[in-house]
Design a protein around this ligand. Structure first.
Ligand SMILES: Cc1cc2nc3c(=O)[nH]c(=O)nc-3n(C[C@H](O)[C@H](O)[C@H](O)COP(=O)(O)O)c2cc1C
Length: 315
């Protein structure tokens, strides 16, 4: 994937960097990613673009994971400026990245009192960047999901892949509600709570994106086990990421490694039980019975859930 061989189709989704405390966390996450052969994303590199003295808090990732798939990260609204291309290059070079994720976090920005909601030229700028960059560019949500229509527009703009990051895991509206409460901004706290589950659930978003683009499909948002990862792969993901679960065990690299190995073992068991010899078997031939609200959601969006149950879906 993006020029790197993964030992398992998993990655640690981008989280941190830009504060002195973040350096040791990234160091441990990177050590565990390297030891287990999975990918790793950086948190938004905005802080180090503005203050280069913080670059080391990100660079520790590549220093400790020389062979891993490393995904650089910048936010879309800030990237709208004419300097976007230069900043993207800086972010890529900072961690010798294999690809750069442009994150689309409109929900969080809308709830944040200081949020930046200028998305006017985002698609245009992403297109300019994909045309000028020799490193693949991917688009990424941060917990609210991406729909089929937006996925197609992003692919037309030249992105090499999409991380759906759907609803079901970390909620940035909820995080902003808590931050606002602590700052006694009760108006903002209320807004964060109202929108805390806004967006497209991860399972739905995975199908929407996988059925509408040719490029790489990454799934994150509430993936909490190897079984969840297997489900995402069976719905069309090429690789699966989790953020919060790895942060929770980030006391030592060995703890993170143990957690990753448990994920991989769970994925293997799901493959064994479904008779999937390869990841491709799981993606293309496993029978996925989609029920309840997810089925209803997909049906009203015009997706044929029966083809998944019969194992003859055409992704
Ligand atoms: C502490 C934390 C910090 C995050 N920071 C970023 C970030 O800087 N850039 C980004 O694209 N996503 C960021 N994310 C979002 C994750 O990459 C991921 O898309 C989202 O949390 C859903 O995954 P999860 O449910 O496994 O946490 C962050 C998530 C967490 C938990």
């Amino acid at each position: 994937m993006f020029g790197r061989k993964l030992a398992a189709p998993l990655f640690i989704a981008g989280m941190t960097g830009g504060a002195p405390e973040a350096g040791p966390v990234n160091e441990k996450l990177a050590q565990a990613a390297e030891a287990t052969g999975i990918g790793i994303g950086t948190g938004s590199q905005r802080a180090a673009i503005e203050d280069p003295s913080l670059e080391y808090t990100y660079r520790v990732i590549r220093d400790n994971a020389p062979e891993a798939l490393v995904i650089a990260n910048l936010g879309a609204p800030q990237f709208v400026s004419e300097y976007g291309r230069i900043e993207a290059e800086k972010a890529i070079n900072m961690v010798d990245a294999d690809c750069l994720a442009i994150h689309l976090n409109s929900l969080q920005e809308a709830i944040q009192p200081e949020g930046d909601t200028n998305y006017t030229h985002v698609l245009e700028r992403i297109k300019e960047l994909t045309q000028s960059s020799s490193t693949p560019i991917i688009a990424k949500e941060t917990g609210a999901g991406i729909c089929a229509e937006d996925a197609s527009r992003l692919e037309q703009a030249g992105v090499a892949g999409i991380d759906v990051s759907g609803v079901g895991g970390t909620s940035w509206a909820r995080v902003e509600a808590i931050r606002s409460r602590n700052r006694k901004r009760f108006d903002r706290e209320q807004l964060g709570n109202i929108f805390c589950d806004w967006g497209i659930p991860t399972a739905v978003s995975t199908i929407e994106v996988a059925t509408s683009i040719q490029g790489v499909v990454l799934t994150s948002g509430g993936i909490r086990s190897g079984l969840d990862a297997a489900k995402a792969l069976a719905l069309g993901a090429d690789a699966v990421g989790a953020a919060l679960p790895f942060l929770k065990v980030a006391k030592t690299a060995a703890d993170i490694e143990e957690h990753i190995n448990a994920f991989i073992e769970g994925l293997k068991i799901a493959m064994f039980l479904t008779g999937s010899r390869t990841i491709q078997d799981l993606q293309e031939r496993s029978k996925v019975v989609i029920l309840g609200r997810t089925r209803e959601w997909l049906q009203v969006r015009g997706i044929d859930v029966m083809s998944y149950a019969r194992g003859n879906r055409n992704i």
